[in-house]
Design a protein around this ligand. Structure first.
Ligand code: AP5
Length: 216
């Protein structure tokens, strides 16, 4: 199965993709995580992406498309779930073109719909582990010991682009550049809409219901 999760910053794409990948045995590919890994490892791509990411702007398509198509090419036969890619109509068209070359298409696109104030609260309260990447929230998903990762005891950190000002910029860019993808996929008849304001477990169950119907 090949799945795309759409949604504003903080809608819960990363959280839900982990559940989807585990349930359907898919490779979870997060463009943001791949870029952050590149930054941590000081790769050329990581350096080029840095200023865009810190200001909340999208990294140019020509850097992202090649990186993601390369990663998708490594996915096992079972398929993948994409988190944060595509993010422009041009990226979506390039993805479709590349899949078509292998006789493949996207099976389902799920748009997680969450309100601006909800996502701002989620993002500014997000903390993550720099060692294993586990994601927490200061209110809705607390670690056992405040500020410490449950898995490896590393100190939790806040992403540099998770401040209120940068989040507002990310939301503006989402509306202008990414929201048009909803229409793009609606026209392809594989779009599913989901209310993502609810608790993560409720969203997860609604998502499973939709995707279970596809694998039955
Ligand atoms: P990226 O890392 O993709 O960030 P994003 O899309 O802004 O998404 P987030 O990771 O902030 O949110 P999420 O929806 O995954 O939420 P999460 O599940 O963590 O991109 C970062 C940057 O990289 C971009 O700004 C851009 O510069 C660049 N980039 C990446 N891809 C690109 C592309 N394709 N093209 C160009 N540039 C690109 O949840 C957030 C918090 O809320 C967590 O603490 C979680 O525990 C909590 N939470 C989640 N769901 C719920 C719930 N239902 N109820 C309560 N709390 C919840």
């Amino acid at each position: 199965m090949r799945v795309v999760l759409l949604g504003a910053p903080g809608a819960g794409k990363g959280t839900q993709c982990k559940y989807i990948a585990a349930r359907y045995d898919l490779l979870h590919l997060s463009s943001g995580d791949i870029l952050r890994r590149g930054r941590a490892e000081d790769t050329e791509l990581g350096k080029q992406a840095q200023s865009y990411m810190d200001s909340g702007a999208l990294v140019p398509d020509e850097l992202i498309v090649e990186m993601m198509i390369d990663e998708i090419g490594k996915a096992p036969k079972g398929g993948f779930v994409l988190d944060g890619f595509p993010r422009t109509v041009n990226q979506a068209a390039e993805l479709d073109k590349s899949l078509a070359e292998h006789g493949q298409t996207i099976d389902a696109v799920v748009n997680l719909k969450a309100g601006d104030e909800v996502v701002i609260k989620r993002i500014t309260g997000r903390r993550s582990c720099p060692k294993c990447g586990a994601v927490y929230h200061i209110e809705s998903l607390k670690p056992k010991v405040e500020g410490i990762c449950d898995h490896d005891r590393a100190g939790l950190v806040q992403r540099p682009d998770d401040t209120v000002d940068v989040v507002r910029n990310r939301l503006r860019n989402y509306c202008e550049q990414t929201a048009p993808l909803v229409d793009y996929y609606r026209q392809k008849n594989n779009l599913h809409q989901l209310d993502a304001d609810a608790d993560a477990e409720i969203v997860r169950e609604a998502l499973f219901e939709k995707l279970d119907a596809l694998v039955r």
